[in-house]
Design a protein around this ligand. Structure first.
Ligand SMILES: Nc1ncnc2c1ncn2[C@@H]1O[C@H](COP(=O)(O)OP(=O)(O)O)[C@@H](O)[C@H]1O
Ligand SMILES: [Mg+2]
Length: 165
């Protein structure tokens, strides 16, 4: 597992189940207000990762692709929320602005955004970004990039939880 520096981590997933497990490891570490963006083409595994993330975070809710509804919310028994936003179907900046992302970001929930490039300028600069790359039928390259001190901590905690170092 090549460690690029304190702000990045590159690793492989060899199956959808492994991607779910990586998601769960990260989900266990999420705190209220954390922002995670997910990049990668259709079928790269973004929603698969979120299903594990949500489970690790502590919700029993079923994760589905928000492609047709733009925003899904998952709840936890303690009342906290995880917002799952998908910009895939957004075509204009005006549409992106009417989604109410500002309100989500101002709240206490965790915010997870697929297709963050559709929200250019509307997302905080400090966040954790995951990029998934299709390698072959069952393999994906994953890369985490942390921007800001909170996310450097989150990344190093994830590295410890997932890889033990
Ligand atoms: N290593 C892997 N990680 C994640 N998904 C994988 C992997 N190998 C195969 N897949 C498959 O690729 C698809 C990913 O779909 P999805 O998570 O909806 O992608 P996205 O949200 O990026 O469009 C699923 O059908 C999943 O089973
Ligand atoms: Mg998706």
């Amino acid at each position: 597992m090549p460690i690029l520096d304190q702000r990045s981590l590159d690793f492989w997933s060899h199956s959808p189940e492994q991607t779910v497990r990586f998601g769960a490891r990260l989900g266990e570490l999420l705190a209220p207000g954390d922002v995670l963006t997910l990049s990668g083409e259709l079928g790269a595994g973004k929603t698969t990762f979120v299903s594990g993330l949500c489970r690790g975070w502590g919700s029993a809710d079923q994760v589905t692709s928000p492609t047709f509804v733009l925003v899904n919310v998952y709840r936890r028994p303690d009342g906290q929320s995880l917002w799952h936003v998908d910009g895939y179907r957004l075509t204009t900046r005006a549409e992106a602005q009417t989604l109410g992302l500002d309100d989500l970001l101002a709240g206490q929930g965790v915010v997870v955004v697929e297709w963050p490039e559709r929200f250019a300028g509307l997302l905080p600069g400090e966040r954790l970004n995951l990029t998934l790359r299709w390698a072959d039928h069952t393999r994906r390259g994953l890369r985490l990039d942390a921007a800001g001190p909170r996310y450097e901590t989150l990344l190093s905690d994830f590295r410890l939880a997932a890889f033990g170092s």
